[in-house]
Design a protein around this ligand. Structure first.
Ligand SMILES: Cc1cc2nc3c(=O)[nH]c(=O)nc-3n(C[C@H](O)[C@H](O)[C@H](O)COP(=O)(O)OP(=O)(O)OC[C@H]3O[C@@H](n4cnc5c(N)ncnc54)[C@H](O)[C@@H]3O)c2cc1C
Length: 571
């Protein structure tokens, strides 16, 4: 069954009302139609072309990527002479997506891209992840082209982006043994050679996905004697120049088809991308935000796959004379899995629309002066993209783990066996809340939007939408949840204690997320009653969670922090 056509969520989110504005801006009022015969003539034509491509992707997922997933997981990539060979199935997947022209698709046509907005682009990531989350990493690293487009100079854009659009692979080389969550500690050395008029990179990177890629974006220390983020710059390393070898591939729990490499840079020739010293503070932050949206899509795909595996097994497996799906303990799990997958997908596309609006207006602002109204939009969507990306990545990746866990549980002993797909999903999901910033680091990024009220203001906007009368009770419950969330925030911030704020941060972020996810599902149901089940189930669950967090926060005595901290001493 075609992955794009077999789920109501995809078309539903693709046809959101804001898409008209996004596509008009992205297509600059369809100006490309006179230059490229494949450019859309109008909005309908553009939407039609996205659907056609998504249908092709849905077919490739079903016919090629999903059937290869098991052998790829078993075989994995290998390394010899400092370079990586993919598993045979991975290579077949790559050939299929290259042939279908699915590389660099969000890039402008003048660099050989298809100029797709983020929404359909990220929908491909959602579909591919459902088929094989590990393969999504290789396909999704084309995000790096986005960063090159945003911050590279015109010469770099012309040299590298068409290569990415032709299917050459990319990697983002940030992490080092002593620089993980704290990227300010990166020490890989970049030194400028006057004689050769170029930069050379020396040092080690670890945990680099697809580290033997054709084109790398590398974070390195260009300012000698510095130790913080202001001494870091971003560089482009082209594999054709040589100087980087893969020392080893990690032997890991999941996403086994995706090579995670330790890299040795030995006088690797590289070029500066953007300005010196802005590597971490500006460029890598943008790169990671793109990648976080990608991991959100990976999480949604995994949540969907886990639900489907759980549902299929529960419908077939009989115990005590009936299918196990008849037992409340099992159907409750499944209903919540469906609701979490739908809520995660709603969050993914809401965030993608914000990112689309921000990016396209930001891009236009480099071509012409924005109108006052456009400037306001740029500010609004920039803030929302910044706020929704960490809370969305944090929550959806946790839900991918929970859904995969429940899928194994529904399978009973069989779920522990390699014979069933849920076993792989469980292992694959485990990385989603670790890389591109752990959930704890997403909370660090999200907390200022709790204290400054970005989330609350957006939730109140959702509150003011006109909902159908039959949704009145759900709406009312969401308003109650929001009130409790607001009181919880107030209680924590009134104490004016940063340690307490950090301690309660995850609870506050999760409470905000339950309100947001609930409202997004309510809006989905407002348009299409088929989301009603998920809205009912999610809001029931979310309200109980918000109440739990409210109780915890309002009953918490700041003196108790000492007991939690005490562990540090007693261990
Ligand atoms: C399979 C895989 C693929 C990867 N791919 C890439 C890649 O392509 N490119 C790349 O550059 N990197 C990549 N990484 C690295 C990844 O992004 C890091 O592993 C991740 O950011 C966490 O860093 P760390 O492993 O050093 O953990 P640490 O930073 O040591 O964290 C350990 C624990 O401490 C917590 N912690 C740390 N700081 C804080 C804080 N301030 N507040 C609260 N809690 C905190 C963390 O949440 C975590 O629980 C990959 C990693 C893996 C495992």
């Amino acid at each position: 069954m075609n992955y794009f056509l077999d789920t109501i969520g995809y078309k539903h989110h693709l046809h959101h009302p804001l898409m008209k504005r996004i596509v008009e801006l992205k297509e600059r009022n369809y100006a490309d139609k006179d230059t490229y015969d494949y450019a859309p003539l109008d909005f309908e034509d553009a939407m039609d072309s996205y659907e056609k491509v998504l249908e092709i992707v849905g077919g490739i997922c079903d016919d090629i990527i999903a059937p290869n997933a098991e052998s790829v997981d078993h075989e994995g990539p290998t390394v010899s002479n400092g370079h990586v060979t993919y598993a045979a199935g991975t290579q077949r997947n790559l050939d299929a997506v290259r042939q279908a022209g699915l590389s660099g698709i969000a890039m402008p046509r003048r660099y050989d891209g298809l100029n797709f907005p983020i929404v359909p682009y990220i929908m491909i990531a959602d579909l591919v992840s459902r088929a094989d989350a590990g393969f999504e990493n290789l396909w999704g690293l084309q995000d790096c082209a986005e960063t090159l487009y945003e911050f590279g100079n015109e010469d770099q854009r012309r040299r590298y982006i068409p290569r990415a659009c032709a299917g050459e692979t990319m990697s983002m080389d940030l992490t080092e043994p002593d620089a993980g969550s704290d990227l300010q500690s990166v020490m890989l050395k970049a030194s400028f050679c006057e004689k050769d008029n170029c930069w050379y990179l020396n040092g080690v990177k670890r945990f680099i996905t697809n580290g033997d890629a054709d084109i790398h974006l590398v974070l390195a220390r260009s300012e000698e004697g510095t130790r913080d983020g202001r001494g870091l710059s971003m560089f482009i390393y082209d594999k054709r120049n040589g100087g980087v070898t893969v020392r080893r591939i990690e032997n890991k729990l999941g996403i086994k088809g995706s090579p995670t490499c330790e890299l040795v840079f030995k006088n690797a020739r590289a070029e500066l991308c953007g300005e010196r010293k802005l590597g971490l503070i500006k460029y890598v932050m943008a790169l990671m935000n793109n990648a976080r949206l990608g991991i959100m899509a990976q999480s949604v795909g995994l949540s969907e796959a886990a639900y489907r595996e759980g549902h299929a097994y529960a419908s077939e497996r009989k115990q005590f004379g009936k299918a196990i799906i008849e037992f409340p303990a099992v159907y409750e799990m499944l209903a919540l899995m469906r609701a979490k997958a739908d809520a995660s997908r709603a969050m993914l596309y809401e965030t993608a629309r914000f990112v689309d609006m921000y990016k396209v207006l930001n891009d236009i602002s480099k071509e012409r002066k924005l109108e006052p109204e456009e400037r306001l939009e740029l500010k609004k969507y920039g803030k929302l993209a910044d706020a929704f990306t960490p809370i969305g990545k944090g929550m959806t990746s946790e839900y991918a783990n929970q859904n995969a866990y429940d899928a194994v549980q529904i399978h009973g002993g069989s779920g522990f066996m390699k014979d069933y797909t849920c076993e792989r999903l469980y292992r694959d999901a485990r990385i989603t809340n670790i890389y591109e910033g752990t959930t704890q680091l997403q909370v660090v990024a999200a907390i200022r939007h709790i204290t400054t009220g970005t989330y609350l203001a957006q939730i109140r906007e959702y509150e003011d939408i006109d909902y159908k009368p039959e949704l009145f009770i759900l709406h009312q419950r969401l308003m109650d949840m929001t009130d409790r969330y607001e009181v919880s925030v107030q209680r924590v911030t009134d104490a004016k204690d940063n340690e307490l704020l950090d301690f309660q941060a995850r609870r506050l972020v999760e409470a905000a997320a339950h309100c947001i996810f609930g409202y997004l599902l309510l809006q989905d149901t407002n348009k299409d009653d088929r989301f009603r089940h998920s809205a009912e189930v999610y809001i029931t669950y979310g309200q109980a969670e918000v109440n739990k967090m409210y109780d915890y926060i309002t009953c918490f005595d700041i003196e108790k922090l000492a007991y939690f901290k005490g562990l540090k001493v007693t261990c």
